[in-house]
Structure formats: structure tokens, C-alpha cells
Design a protein around this ligand. Structure first.
Ligand SMILES: Nc1ncnc2c1ncn2[C@@H]1O[C@H](COP(=O)(O)OP(=O)(O)OP(=O)(O)O)[C@@H](O)[C@H]1O
Length: 331
């Protein structure tokens, strides 16, 4: 694996504007994606994973905007890039796979034509070569009889096949970065496993960097090299998957690992994390996990904002991480 930095996110903050108020959703998030590596972005619902992923493509919803930081893709800062630059980069250099394929597929256009359209728009292919390449791509993502199915409409495809078609569209231009936001959540377990296998194979074949947004640590263990854990809009831990699973530095990561259903397979009862994630706009001054953390102390956890500490390739945002030895799990 090379260590070329393909995508660098630095100090990214995102906020929603509502009724004259600014509500912070994501605060000071930094991470990088290297060529050929998969990074899992994990955290409970509402932690800001999707907002972070959408910001990388300039696709934040209306009323939500980047308020600080940069997203550099091969030297170009995508924050503040004009719409034309973003439209050119999106699909060609950086592509996204969503949870719901129907969000990307147009129900009124045959599947193959939609894949071919990406090739025509971004690579300037003529109609016939684009149609031929679309069939190849549908075959490459595991759609049987691609010659026949290329002319069919999305509603004739099963959920898993639609997801494959969306992956074919996303990979059509061999992007440097693939962002997959909960790509298998809506699928049944056996189809999930096959789609993940496909993503990993394609990532490897194309040497892409992949950001896999998921709440499922089992998925991360099976597919990712590194993981980044988010909590209440902050990145609270980052490191190699094996190292973090063996010995997490942040109590929230340790709690997530203990709560993972796979733990039950190792004879341990999954432990639910008590309490709830604070709502955006109600983030405390200190550590946002403190009210749910069995290791928290008023000082230093609640008294000051907690900065990120770097140790080798690991990063953690916990004021007490140096003093704590937390239990991990076997992979
Ligand atoms: N369009 C929007 N306008 C304002 N706030 C939003 C909007 N969409 C989401 N949010 C808020 O942003 C915060 C982060 O949401 P986000 O979807 O990024 O979380 P997530 O970690 O991806 O959760 P999930 O796993 O449920 O998708 C949440 O509090 C959410 O309510």
C-alpha cells in the first residue's frame, strides 16, 4: 500500500442555520485518506458522520454549511470551490454510494443508460463506447447477463442489484476516493456481506481510498484499515483498526466496542451505553461524552474544551486518556 495522501480534511466545522440561530453540527474534524486504504467513520446516530461525508463532496443539505476548515483533494480545496469545479470533481475524482440506491438512480431511465451517462459527461465517451463500457461495468459489479439488464429500469432490480448498479455508476470514472454512507444498511445480511466484498475488491483493484460511514464496528473490522470515531460532532479517536480494537484510548470507543453485537459471539454480553448523545446546540464546554462516561471527573473533563492528543499514528480527544487503560476486543 502506498501512503499518498489523497484526501486531507483539516479542522472541518459544519453548522445549520435555523431561525437566525447557528447550530454547530460538526466541530474541528481532521482526518486523511491515503491511496488504497479504507477508513471506517463510525459513531452513534446523530454524531455527524453523514454531514461530514456530504461536506467532502459539497453536497450538504440546504441550510447547512461548512463554517471552518478545509477538504483538500489532490491539492484542491473543495470548501469554497465553485459549483463547476465541484460538479467536475464529483463522480470523476470522488464518488459516493448512498444507503438508498434510488436516491442516485433515476426510475425513468434504464440502468445501463445511467451508467453510460456518467461516462459521457465526465470522460467525454461517445454514445456507443459508453454503452459498451456500461455493460462491462455492470458485469464487473456482479450483475448477471449485463447485456440484457442494461436496458432494464431500476424497479426491475432487487435491492442488492440496485446497490451494485449504483456502485457501477460511482466507479465508472475510477475515482481516487469513494465515499460509502451506510451502503449496506438497507440490505439483508447475506446481500450485505456480498456488497461489502464487492466494495473491498473494487477498492483494491482500483487502488482507491474509501471512506466507509457505518455504525457497525463488525463491518469496520472486516473491511477497513483505519477507523475514525465520531461523537457529538467531534472526532474523538482515530487509529489503525487492530490497534484501536485491541486497546481503545477513548472511553466512548471502548463503550462502542463493548456494545457491539459481535461481542456476544466471544461469550460477552453486549453492554448498552447508558444515556443519549447531546443534541446539537447543547454541546457542553468540556467533553460531550462526560455525562455518560464512567471515567469522567469534573476536572479536567467538564472544565475545559478537550483538545486532540496525537501518539504515533493514534489520535484521541480525551483529557484522561493518559491515565486510563481500557479494555478492547478481539477482532
Ligand atoms: N438538513 C439538516 N438541517 C439541520 N440539521 C440537520 C440536517 N440533517 C441532519 N441534521 C442534524 O445534524 C446532526 C448530525 O447528523 P448526521 O446525519 O450527520 O448524523 P449521523 O452520525 O450520520 O447519523 P445517522 O447514523 O443516523 O445517519 C444531527 O443532529 C442531525 O439532526
Amino acid at each position: 500500500m502506498t501512503t499518498d495522501r489523497i484526501l486531507e480534511v483539516e479542522g472541518l466545522s459544519i453548522a445549520a442555520r435555523s431561525g437566525g440561530r447557528t447550530i454547530p453540527l460538526v466541530h474541528d474534524v481532521s482526518f486523511r485518506l491515503d491511496a488504497g486504504e479504507a477508513v471506517g467513520l463510525v459513531g452513534e446516530s446523530g454524531s455527524g458522520k453523514s454531514m461530514t461525508a456530504l461536506a467532502l463532496l459539497g453536497l450538504l443539505p440546504r441550510g447547512v454549511a461548512v463554517t471552518a476548515g478545509s477538504v483538500r483533494l489532490g491539492g484542491v480545496d473543495l470548501v469554497g470551490a465553485d459549483r463547476r469545479t465541484l460538479a467536475d470533481i464529483r463522480g470523476r475524482r470522488i464518488a459516493m454510494v448512498f444507503q438508498d440506491p434510488m436516491a442516485s438512480l433515476n426510475p425513468a431511465i434504464p440502468v445501463g443508460e445511467q451508467v453510460a451517462e456518467v461516462l459521457r459527461r465526465h470522460l467525454g465517451l461517445a454514445r456507443k463506447p459508453a454503452a459498451r463500457r456500461a455493460i462491462e461495468l455492470l458485469g464487473a459489479v456482479g450483475i448477471r447477463e449485463p447485456h440484457r439488464r442494461t436496458g432494464e429500469y431500476p424497479h426491475t432490480f432487487s435491492g442488492g442489484m440496485r446497490q451494485r448498479a449504483m456502485i457501477a455508476m460511482a466507479l465508472a470514472c475510477e475515482p481516487a476516493v469513494l465515499i460509502a454512507d451506510e451502503p449496506t444498511t438497507a440490505l439483508d445480511v447475506t446481500v450485505q456481506a456480498r456488497i461489502l466484498e464487492l466494495l473491498v475488491r473494487m477498492q483494491d483493484e482500483l487502488g482507491m481510498a474509501m471512506l466507509l460511514v457505518t455504525h457497525d464496528l463488525g463491518v469496520v473490522a472486516g473491511t477497513c484499515h483505519r477507523l475514525a470515531v465520531m461523537y457529538a460532532g467531534r472526532l474523538i479517536e482515530e487509529g489503525e483498526v487492530g490497534e484501536v480494537f485491541d486497546a481503545p484510548y477513548h472511553p466512548y470507543t471502548a463503550a462502542l466496542l463493548a456494545a457491539a453485537p459481535e461481542n456476544a459471539m466471544h461469550g460477552r454480553k453486549p453492554a448498552a451505553i447508558p444515556g443519549v448523545v447531546p443534541a446539537p446546540g447543547a454541546f457542553p464546554l468540556g467533553c460531550p461524552f462526560s455525562p455518560r462516561c464512567s471515567h469522567a471527573r469534573p476536572d479536567p473533563c467538564d472544565s475545559t474544551p478537550v483538545e486532540v492528543r496525537t501518539t504515533g499514528s493514534r489520535r484521541v480527544r480525551c483529557a484522561r486518556s493518559r491515565e486510563l487503560t481500557l479494555a478492547g476486543v478481539e477482532r
